[in-house]
Design a protein around this ligand. Structure first.
Ligand code: B1M
Length: 212
């Protein structure tokens, strides 16, 4: 049976009740509920249900948006608890959601977990054009480029970014990882990325394995 506090967080996100998300996430952290469970069983599960309701016409864009805002409020409270202060930099990561795509919750969560694992993060935000990724890789010389996409229509902008890196002569200098709900390992291979991760935890493991 799901922990009652997690169930309340789940419902509060579905209802877009920001205040309740904040008080309950605080309560969950203070009472020692596992962070992974707060995230997976409460917050991420609620966003999956939001997506399901949107697909079947029960929710519209405004409901998705208010649920997303409530989720982001919860994430802000969780972030400090993901930091492992004893870890020094594991490497530098440039991250962003690809051009045309405004979904940033998954990407932000991946950045938070990578930061918690000791990576230095340069988050370019959403709707990041291939040229912007290339320019930043050239200037910042990161170990990893982490791209997220939630829309099937924006996935090709990952390929466009990798092509632009090749054209700029920078592809060999950076490992590229991708993620987002519609993506797969096969797609990563197809576009010449170095790896795909299905969730933020796996993104950390992948980043560590690639950066060594
Ligand atoms: Co939109 N949306 N949305 N949306 N939205 C989806 C993605 C959708 C699946 C909903 C649905 O139809 N069921 C659908 C896409 C369909 C498709 O492409 N096949 C969709 C659509 C259609 C749209 C619009 C076109 C709607 C419209 O306007 N008519 C529009 C597009 C806007 C745009 O981007 N240009 C739109 C808008 C929005 C909002 C702005 C309202 C809002 C986003 C707010 C925000 O992000 N600030 C929103 C939301 C909230 C969603 C859903 C409901 C939830 C997404 C989310 O935050 N999930 C989503 C439905 C769904 O995903 N089931 C949906 C929680 C998050 C933690 O999960 O992002 O998957 P996720 O991240 C995961 C993994 O994927 C992975 O790790 C995370 C978990 O650990 N991961 C990575 C993500 N990035 C990674 C990178 C990595 C590794 C792992 O390495 C680099």
């Amino acid at each position: 049976m799901t922990n009652p506090t997690i169930q309340i967080i789940y419902n509060a996100i579905l209802e877009g009740d920001r205040e309740r998300v904040q008080t309950q996430v605080k309560h969950a952290i203070e009472t020692g509920i596992d962070l992974v469970s707060i995230l997976n069983d409460g917050m991420i599960a609620a966003m999956a249900e939001v997506g399901r309701r949107f697909s079947c016409g029960d929710y519209y864009v405004p409901e998705m948006l208010i649920a997303a805002r409530a989720m982001q409020d919860g994430l802000k409270l969780i972030k400090p608890h993901l930091m492992q202060t004893e870890i020094k930099s594991s490497g530098k990561v440039v991250a962003g959601t690809v051009k045309g795509d405004l979904h940033d919750i998954g990407k932000t969560l991946v950045c938070m977990m990578l930061e918690g694992a000791g990576f230095e993060i340069l988050d370019l935000g959403t709707d990041v054009a291939p040229e912007k990724f290339v320019e930043t890789v050239r200037a910042e010389k990161p170990h990893l480029l982490a791209m997220s996409a939630l829309l099937t229509t924006t996935m090709p902008n990952m390929q466009a970014t990798i092509n632009a890196l090749v054209k700029a002569g920078l592809r060999d200098q950076v490992k590229v990882i991708i993620g987002g709900a519609p993506l797969t390992d096969k797609y990563a291979q197809q576009i010449g990325a170095d790896g795909f991760a299905a969730d933020a935890g796996r993104a950390v493991a992948l980043a560590k394995s690639l950066v060594g």
